[in-house]
Design a protein around this ligand. Structure first.
Ligand SMILES: *[C@@H]1O[C@H](CO)[C@@H](O)[C@H](O)[C@H]1NC(C)=O
Ligand SMILES: *[C@@H]1O[C@H](CO)[C@@H](O)[C@H](O)[C@H]1NC(C)=O
Ligand SMILES: *[C@@H]1O[C@H](CO)[C@@H](O)[C@H](O)[C@H]1NC(C)=O
Ligand SMILES: *[C@@H]1O[C@H](CO)[C@@H](O)[C@H](O)[C@H]1NC(C)=O
Ligand SMILES: *[C@@H]1O[C@H](CO)[C@@H](O)[C@H](O)[C@H]1NC(C)=O
Ligand SMILES: *[C@@H]1O[C@H](CO)[C@@H](O)[C@H](O)[C@H]1NC(C)=O
Ligand SMILES: *[C@@H]1O[C@H](CO)[C@@H](O)[C@H](O)[C@H]1NC(C)=O
Ligand SMILES: *[C@@H]1O[C@H](CO)[C@@H](O)[C@H](O)[C@H]1NC(C)=O
Ligand SMILES: *[C@@H]1O[C@H](CO)[C@@H](O)[C@H](O)[C@H]1NC(C)=O
Length: 447
């Protein structure tokens, strides 16, 4: 066949073409086809089915022949998504898909390397090489990345079925390949499909049915995810209805508030009562007559984590809280959220406290002076009766409460005994005279 080449080279177009015999044409065409076939060829080095453990480095190795420095393109899934393009031996950097640059590298010979390959890189990879005039060629690899079950958090959901039974669903889904099979147990007892336990066909979900919430609690449930590469076990401790965090947001003009809350991940909860204390919402009447207790203003389903409440009078003060429930079982209420003018301590209360400090000191100074005068008068007149009026006796009592009691007995180290300081004024007024003269002086000097 190769011997025909000189004939081809001697031909001149178009005058000589007409003289070609049909037999020669056949030989010429087959030569031309053969020449293209002998051009660019890419082929896998090693098996095309590649299995690796997640996190390892793996190379889909290829070799090529028939053309120098072809352009290489690696695709994911049958040419649909090009991820790397490069002209071998060119000075330009390979064009690598932005989201895959951490993992994918192209080797100088066109092979594709995966660094610390993640699980989701399981796919078919096709390499195509092209060189203008020398054709194109491709080959496909199938990459499977395996992993043992890894870190996962069980998820708990609760609903009420049509018979009014509470249904707690626990889900254990771990990222793993091959997919993990989940086995379930309660304590050391293996759970199987049937009442009151239902296990989904893919084994990842356990449903527990019952009328009584306490039945679910105080039980240790376990899920064990396993595949040929390993296993992971998690313990699920269900808790009663509870709220882990809550907050209140007010609309800009204060007529609508939004309560939002969170529930611990393993809490069994089917609904919430939104409760309020304070004046009626505008346009709504409630049956309670007392402003002093919380009453339920609305119910929210167990899947809700927020509720809007309206219409509030921005000039009035309201308090809200959320009661988590599992059917009739109530959990601890959330924190109380207060909304209205003068949130927290009112301005006047703060002013009063601030003003109270210097006033108190002044009062004590005056009191000390007064007592000193009385004492001085007492010594002068040698009266035996302790001369304080009832009001002043009370004042002395309150003063001793801020004065370490043991100052009077000479013990400076031990802290005040608050129980003793709570003595009734009458006890104190009996005790006072036994200290005799030092008392007023002490009071005056401690100020
Ligand atoms: C994979 O390659 C990266 C980068 O070359 C290297 O840091 C890492 O240690 C390699 N990992 C393994 C498991 O060989
Ligand atoms: C191409 O390079 C890769 C990685 O350097 C290597 O594994 C592979 O064997 C090479 N292929 C050929 C045909 O040399
Ligand atoms: C890879 O290709 C094969 C054969 O075409 C197909 O059966 C398989 O599902 C593909 N794998 C992936 C991960 O797309
Ligand atoms: C729920 O079960 C607990 C313990 O099994 C029991 O003490 C309680 O009375 C039951 N409550 C209801 C409403 O059946
Ligand atoms: C989890 O299941 C696997 C496979 O059945 C078993 O080998 C392993 O001991 C189990 N782990 C626990 C903690 O039960
Ligand atoms: C409670 O929620 C607030 C606001 O969403 C958040 O800033 C805070 O970190 C949360 N606290 C806890 C303990 O989750
Ligand atoms: C408060 O704002 C809401 C919308 O945010 C509006 O519908 C309502 O009329 C406003 N009320 C007052 C008193 O401004
Ligand atoms: C609230 O009660 C008052 C007096 O009983 C009545 O006139 C009004 O219509 C009621 N409003 C609503 C929204 O029920
Ligand atoms: C709130 O009080 C202010 C001033 O006392 C008054 O002008 C305003 O109308 C009040 N708003 C409502 C909704 O009652």
């Amino acid at each position: 066949m190769f011997s025909e080449r000189p004939v081809l080279l001697k031909m001149t177009w178009p005058s000589d073409f007409g003289r070609l015999s049909p037999g020669f044409l056949t030989i010429l065409l087959s030569f031309t086809f053969q020449g293209a076939y002998c051009g660019l060829v890419v082929s896998p080095v090693g098996p095309t089915l590649v299995n690796v453990i997640t996190g390892s480095n793996v190379t889909l190795a290829v070799s090529f022949s028939g053309a120098p420095d072809p352009t290489v393109t690696w695709f994911i899934k049958d040419f649909s998504l090009p991820v790397v393009t490069w002209a071998i031996n060119s000075n330009t950097l390979p064009d690598i898909d932005e989201n895959r640059r951490k993992v994918l590298r192209i080797e100088p010979n066109g092979s594709l390397t995966f660094v610390n390959v993640p699980l989701e890189y399981t796919s078919n990879y096709t390499v195509e090489m092209t060189k203008s005039g020398l054709g194109r060629s491709s080959t496909t690899f199938s990459l499977e990345v395996f992993s043992s079950p890894v870190q996962f958090l069980p998820a708990v959901g609760t609903r009420v079925d049509s018979e009014g039974k509470i249904v707690v669903a626990i889900q254990c889904v771990s990222e793993a390949w091959p997919k993990a099979v989940v086995s379930w147990s309660k304590g050391s007892e293996a759970l199987t499909n049937g009442t009151p336990y239902q296990i989904s066909s893919d084994t990842t979900q356990l449903e527990i049915l019952g009328y009584n919430v306490s039945k679910f609690l105080l039980q240790n449930y376990f899920c064990n995810c396993s595949n040929p590469l390993g296993s992971q076990t998690r313990e699920i401790v269900l808790t009663g209805p509870s709220i882990s965090n809550s907050s209140l947001l007010s609309s800009h003009n204060g007529t609508i508030v939004t309560l939002t809350w969170e529930v611990p991940p393993t809490s069994v909860v089917t609904g919430f009562d939104i409760q309020m204390k304070g004046p009626d919402l505008l346009g709504k009447n409630h049956t309670q007559t007392s402003l002093d207790q919380f009453y339920t203003i609305q119910h929210e389903p167990g899947t809700n984590r927020s509720a809007d409440i309206f219409i509030l009078d921005p000039n009035l003060t309201y308090m809200f809280r959320i009661i988590p429930k599992a059917l009739m079982t109530e959990g601890d209420p959330s924190a109380v959220h207060r909304i209205g003018p003068g949130e927290g301590l009112s301005r006047s209360a703060i002013t009063g406290i601030a003003a109270g400090i210097p006033c108190g000191i002044l009062f004590l100074l005056l009191l000390g002076g007064f007592i000193y005068c009385v004492y001085w008068n007492k010594n002068k007149s040698r009266q035996t009766r302790y001369p304080l009026s009832r009001a002043v006796e009370k004042a002395v009592t309150s003063q001793t409460e801020t004065t370490p009691h043991n100052l009077l007995t000479g013990g400076l180290k031990s802290p005040p005994d608050y129980n003793r300081l709570q003595q009734t004024p009458s006890e104190r007024s009996v005790a006072l005279p036994t200290f005799g003269s030092p008392l007023p002086v002490r009071v005056a000097t401690t100020v």
